[in-house]
Design a protein around this ligand. Structure first.
Ligand code: ZN
Length: 279
């Protein structure tokens, strides 16, 4: 049985410059053991959650998955599925999705779900406001801690939405900074859950943290400014050399690296490539 496992944490709408400026000791642990790399959202892809997350989790560009906004009508996810669905359906792996802030990732809202068929789902919704997303993030973090500590999960995606919701509600001020620190604390609990696994020493875990887009200082996104078009990926795990220079990455590389880390070759088109070769 493979010992390879992957945890992807999707952290919505988090500016790279704020990540650098705020104390985020848990995210920094992943960066310290691996890398933090900027992602330039490709020309033609709106700086909006739907298309950017679809690009990361399917490993294909907007020209293929056809998700152009936060309503997924017209999507081509059947041809270009998310990595949890591919790993479950085609490789028989146990996968896990946790979403507390943005329903279309996990439900039929707005022509979702983006993740078609994970083995296991934690979902809670308390509305799209910043306080609602904060409650949702907290609820699914608690669930994910229990699942990641004890269950036989090969690949997981945990979505945390409060940073983006706070930017929309309040702009990139003190509350946005506080949300980033709270999200970092949740990341710490997720990492600690994995560390507590009874067989952790015999397992090879890859951790990928990724944001979908940036945010203008007044709050909001969707335009072409550098603040909006700059996203980032942080990762560590087998094959990833700590402290090495990884340059600029692409969102499509996320799914490609998940497959590489698990040692599977999916029979689907991918536009990305692994961050590093995984032996
Ligand atoms: Zn977003």
């Amino acid at each position: 049985m493979s010992t390879s496992r992957v945890l992807v944490i999707g952290i919505d709408g988090t500016r790279l410059d704020f990540l650098d400026a705020e104390p985020t000791p848990n995210i920094d642990r992943v960066i310290g053991e691996g890398f933090l790399a900027p992602v330039w959202i490709e020309d033609g892809t709106p700086t909006v959650s739907g298309p950017c997350w679809a690009t990361a989790v399917t490993g294909t560009t907007i020209d293929r998955h056809h998700i152009t906004g936060n309503d997924f009508a017209g999507h081509r996810l059947a041809e270009h599925p998310d990595f949890l669905t591919v790993l479950t359906r085609d490789f028989g792996l146990h996968t896990y999705l946790a979403v507390g802030a943005w329903p279309p990732l996990a439900t039929t809202a707005d022509h979702g779900p983006m993740f078609a068929a994970p083995s296991r789902l934690s979902f809670a919704t308390f509305g799209q406001s910043a306080p609602g997303c904060d409650r949702g993030d907290e609820a699914v973090t608690g669930d994910a801690v229990r699942v990641l500590a004890a269950e036989d999960v090969s690949a997981a995606f945990v979505y945390l939405g409060v940073n983006d919701a706070t930017g929309h509600d309040q702009g990139c001020g003190d509350l946005y900074r506080a949300a980033i620190r709270r999200t970092d604390e949740r990341v710490g609990r997720l990492l600690a859950a994995v560390a507590s696994r009874p067989d952790r020493a015999a397992e090879n875990w890859t951790f990928i943290l990724v944001t979908d887009h940036g945010q203008v200082s007044a709050g909001g996104h969707g335009g072409d400014s550098e603040a909006e078009r700059t996203a980032w990926i942080a990762a560590c795990g087998p094959g990833i050399e700590g402290g090495a220079e990884y340059g600029r990455l692409r969102h499509v590389d996320v799914a490609a690296h998940v497959y590489a880390a698990l040692g599977v070759e999916p029979g689907i088109v991918l536009d990305g490539k692994a961050f590093a070769s995984v032996v």
